[in-house]
Design a protein around this ligand. Structure first.
Ligand SMILES: Nc1nc2c(ncn2[C@@H]2O[C@H](COP(=O)(O)OP(=O)(O)O)[C@@H](O)[C@H]2O)c(=O)[nH]1
Ligand SMILES: [Mg+2]
Length: 432
């Protein structure tokens, strides 16, 4: 589909579809598309006009559904450019939708998240954000702060007024309520980021333990290089998979052991870094004694949930003597035994790691959101402190309130924020 937006959209389309009805909105017409100067017929297409403001961008929009393929779309595009259109910038349609008030910045980000969603969880959260869940929550908090600001302004303007003086308890209560709500929202940041980027599940353990084979078994296709030489996987390999509904970044690392080979050692440093950042670690070894030792060692490297995995169970009996710590999972990448139990364990470990469920939407899903909410929170806390001792006087303290409201306004995009817009839309794809 080729989409045009802007005040000249209909006029430009008239040049490639002579006689195009520019009056009837939201009705599809089957029409021949012609080059504007040569008149050559390029395609037969469905052409639909959406008159402003009832369109995606809020401007006049024309959508042309052409036959796909390599040639037709580019010929039609060239014809439209010859007729006066220009190619859109990445995210420009959505940016225009924000500019005309069709959606706010948080909803625009949700459009990108919806397209990029790699799991049902990601899809669900993005959809709720697009529908305005997070926007309403932020707007409510901002309104509460603006109310306080108004109260302060009244206090500053009429300090001697008898009934005009502000009820101190009312202010303190409203403040605490808002601070509490901001804290609650900040607490969703971990889960929000996980839903968008995926939880980090790292496969670690001894070299040759069968980590790459397990990685392949979990990813479900040959992705990592599997060999019989110890220390083949020198870099970390990553795949994005869905594990029982959880969006997961699964990482295969080089084994944990001493090495003199400099390249391999580099790989191990990378492993340790991954292990340190992990949400869940699948710690692999062939023998239970080795696994017990690794488990001890891993505790100094990571604070993640560690699942001990005994590999290659097709080679030996499952009975494990003297194992009394965290329950083991026995797997065989070769036969597929234990893989289901392992995904079950990954899922429950993620459930523990991300106690804040996805059902508790809205969630803060980006660094940008967390920074803005944290900044608003700290301004509000600064105001509370100043207000409690009434020094500096209200007029000075109120500056903090103003700043807090500003941070939240910037988050929604309800105030002029050119540089924020630039940052948000730079990651969009063309045509959205
Ligand atoms: N019998 C058996 N062999 C396995 C299994 N998983 C891996 N291997 C073998 O063990 C060797 C090392 O496997 P690899 O996945 O490269 O281990 P890594 O070094 O930990 O990544 C290879 O020869 C694999 O074929 C398994 O479940 N059963
Ligand atoms: Mg490997």
């Amino acid at each position: 589909m080729i989409r045009l937006s802007g005040p000249r959209a209909a006029e430009i389309v008239r040049q490639v579809v002579p006689g195009f009805d520019t009056e009837t909105s939201r009705v599809s017409h089957l029409a021949k598309i012609r080059h504007p100067t040569t008149g050559t017929v390029l395609d037969e297409a469905l052409v639909t006009l959406f008159r402003r403001p009832h369109s995606y961008t809020g401007e006049d929009v024309v959508e042309i559904s052409v036959h796909g393929g390599a040639v037709v779309p580019s010929l039609v595009l060239a014809a439209l450019i010859a007729a006066g259109a220009r190619q859109a910038l990445p995210g420009e349609f959505t940016r225009r939708a924000v500019a005309s008030g069709r959606m706010d910045l948080l909803q625009a980000e949700a459009v990108a998240d919806l397209i990029d969603a790699r799991s049902r969880m990601g899809h669900q959260v993005a959809l709720s954000q697009l529908e305005g869940g997070l926007s309403r929550r932020i707007a409510d908090l901002r309104n509460a702060i603006l109310d306080l600001e108004a109260l302060m302004a009244y206090d500053i303007d009429f300090p001697e007024e008898d009934e005009g003086t502000v009820d101190r308890r009312r202010v303190t209560e409203a403040l605490d309520r808002t601070l509490h709500a901001l804290d609650g929202l900040l607490a969703t940041g971990d889960t929000g980021e996980m839903v968008r980027a995926g939880a980090l599940v790292v496969i670690g353990g001894a070299p040759n333990a069968g980590k790459s084979s397990l990685f392949n078994a979990l990813v479900g296709r040959e992705r990592a290089i599997v060999t019989e030489l110890a220390g083949t996987t020198r870099d970390a390999i990553e795949a994005v998979v869905e594990v029982r509904g959880w969006p997961v970044r699964l990482v295969d690392t080089a084994g944990l052991r001493e090495s003199t080979d400099i390249v391999e050692r580099l790989g191990m440093e990378i492993s340790e870094r991954y292990l340190a950042d992990a949400d869940v670690v699948l710690l692999c070894a062939e023998l239970s004694e080795e696994l017990a030792m690794l488990l001890k060692r891993s505790q100094t490297i990571t604070s993640a949930q560690v699942i001990p995995v005994l590999t290659k169970v097709d080679l030996r009996p499952m009975a494990v003597e003297g194992w009394d710590s965290t329950p083991l999972v026995h797997v065989s990448a070769r036969t597929g035994a234990g893989i289901d139990t392992l995904t079950e364990r990954i899922s429950s470990s993620l459930g523990e790691r991300f106690a804040q469920g996805v059902a508790d939407v809205p969630l803060l899903t980006r660094e940008r959101h967390r920074k803005a909410v944290a900044a608003a929170r700290s301004e509000l806390a600064a105001f509370r402190e100043a207000w409690a001792v009434n020094d500096p006087p209200s007029s000075v303290a109120a500056i903090h309130l103003h700043a807090a409201a500003h941070h939240l306004g910037e988050l929604i995009g309800s105030i002029d924020v050119e540089d924020v817009l630039g940052r948000v839309f730079s990651t969009f794809c063309v045509g959205k």
